[in-house]
Design a protein around this ligand. Structure first.
Ligand code: AMP
Ligand code: ZN
Length: 299
């Protein structure tokens, strides 16, 4: 039986565990298929793959889209993905500028954080090629005593449209889906219920994304629990989309995300879904290697 969690974060972006520790915890929780989906970086995913742990690790990344809040695209694949990686390093560098701007806004509001300290701490924990995000700033606000919890930091200062919020530089979904496909990765819409769209609007939006080349839907995510998973599953099946799922784990009790492997209690057809997913990954891999050998033979 396959037990999968295809949405996990490490300290290479805004989670707290190293990829190695996270992988150990996944194994302890009985998972057999995992994917590290850090924001705008494959550093954590790459380091796990190179360790060849006793679980299947699918290379992956998560990107935020500029089209609307909460619109995130997951990309899974086994190809090198150079075009995608180039874009990711640009997005990661823009995250640094954005963090500086948020710290400047916080300072105007009377909260003094040092970007240098924050960047140093983040690199110390997550390494040179880790990306910076709002949770790093939220934790720094808690450490400095300006907020009691990360939730408070988001609710008062750095949540969307709050006074110290600065949007990150993001891709448009009409560009991101084709880029992910062309890089030999599978584009999957993350946590569709976080879009807070009415049923019909969500259906229409999904149709548009399918026209752009969307290949999968993250049906099993904690944000869908209050709606029930059946409606999303049905939407995926109607559109021949792959079905994926994951906890979106960042850290214990951050008040927003799930615990490692938490979707396993509701993801009954996991083995079936993952077999289809794996077959699609293999197909992508073969297509990419044919394309590469054609390019080589043309000289
Ligand atoms: P960023 O990509 O830097 O804009 O940060 C987005 C990250 O912040 C995602 O992982 C979100 O899930 C997380 N986030 C958003 N709101 C909250 C919240 N209230 N508490 C904890 N994390 C949050
Ligand atoms: Zn996520």
């Amino acid at each position: 039986m396959i037990r999968a969690d295809l949405h996990l974060h490490t300290n290479r972006s805004d989670g707290v565990m190293s990829p190695e520790l996270l992988c150990h915890e996944c194994i302890q929780n009985g998972l057999t298929y995992i994917a590290v989906t850090d924001h705008d970086t494959m550093a954590g995913s790459d380091s796990l793959v190179s360790m060849a742990p006793p679980v299947v690790v699918i290379p992956a990344v998560e990107m935020s889209m500029e089209d609307m809040p909460g619109l995130h695209l997951l990309a899974y694949g086994t190809a090198q993905g150079n075009m995608l990686r180039e874009k990711l390093s640009y997005l990661a560098s823009m995250r640094e500028e954005r963090a500086k701007e948020m710290i400047r806004k916080l300072s105007v509001l009377g909260m003094k954080l040092s970007y240098r300290d924050l960047a140093y701490k983040r690199k110390l924990e997550g390494g040179q090629d880790s990306t910076i995000g709002r949770p790093h700033i939220a934790r720094a606000l808690v450490r400095a005593g300006y907020c009691k919890s990360m939730q408070e930091a988001f609710a008062k200062y750095i949540g969307n449209n709050k006074p110290a919020y600065v949007p990150s530089v993001r891709m448009a979904i009409r560009d991101a889906i084709p880029l992910v496909n062309a890089s030999g990765f599978i584009p999957v819409l993350a946590h569709p219920r976080e879009l807070h769209l009415e049923e019909q609007v969500l259906q229409g939006f999904l149709d548009r994304l399918c026209d752009l080349g969307l290949r999968g839907l993250e049906v099993y995510h904690p944000s869908a629990s209050s709606y029930g998973y059946e409606s999303l599953r049905h939407m995926a099946e109607e559109r021949h989309l792959l079905v994926t799922g994951g906890s979106d784990f960042h850290q214990e009790n951050d008040g927003k995300h799930g615990k490692i492997g938490c979707m396993m209690q509701v993801w009954e057809k996991c083995t079936e879904d993952m077999s289809q997913f794996q077959a699609e990954l293999l197909k992508m891999e073969q297509t990419m290697s044919i394309a590469e050998s054609e390019v080589r033979s043309r000289g």
